[in-house]
Ligand binder design. Structure first.
Ligand code: SF4
Ligand code: SF4
Ligand code: SF4
Length: 182
């Protein structure tokens, strides 16, 4: 498992250059935030041609995280919680827009931004405590708040850390080479 620091990401999909204005406005990461379709979703255009926007997937989700996104198509709102990969949305989908194949990871990954409380020397381990995949560990240094390190290969994209972070420092970014079924 390879851990990476938020200030030295080794992602295959590095962040784009951000202007000073972006950083001052807190725009870190926003440009690459992903449209989080439910697990098993067909690729964008196929999903939009199959999905009838019936809302059955949202009603089936025990986590209550599926909401109507752009155009009324279902998206996961990770500010409400994380996906438990139960697959109930997939089973509920009558159109085939969500496949029934078992999904254990989603095609995106967490990104921890520099507004993480650790950069202000405030101790907080909430993201790690909420990560069932144990993809976040903490780097300890004498006299400093522990800093979160993210293992990109272990991150399932579940989104639990997004909701949990008290500083709203975690976003999800696209990881197109991730296999949803792996
Ligand atoms: S897999 Fe389960 S928890 Fe995840 S979005 Fe679908 S219904 Fe909700
Ligand atoms: S259940 Fe299927 S068809 Fe209905 S809104 Fe969800 S993805 Fe679209
Ligand atoms: S998205 Fe899920 S698996 Fe990835 S770091 Fe956050 S809690 Fe852990």
């Amino acid at each position: 498992m390879v851990f990476t620091h938020y200030q030295k990401t080794k992602s295959k999909h590095p962040m784009p250059e951000l202007s000073r204005a972006d950083l001052l406005r807190g725009n870190w990461g926003r440009r690459r935030q992903v449209q989080c379709y439910p697990p098993g979703a067909l690729p964008d255009t196929q999903l939009e041609s199959r999905c009838t926007r019936c809302g059955d997937c949202a009603r089936a989700c025990p986590e209550g995280i599926i909401t109507a996104g752009q155009g009324g198509f279902p998206v996961l709102d990770m500010k409400r919680g994380g996906c438990s990969f139960c697959g109930l949305c997939q089973v509920a989908c009558p159109s085939g827009a969500l496949s029934r194949q078992q999904v254990q990871r989603l095609p995106w990954q967490a990104l921890i931004a520099p507004n993480c409380l650790a950069t202000r020397q405030i101790e907080c381990r909430v993201c790690g405590e909420n990560c069932d995949a144990e993809a976040i560990r903490f780097e300890l240094a004498i006299g400093q708040a522990p800093r979160p390190l993210l293992a990109l290969d272990a991150c399932t994209g579940c989104g639990e850390c997004v909701r949990a972070c008290p500083a709203a420092a975690i976003t999800l970014i696209s990881a197109p080479d991730k296999d949803q079924q792996s």
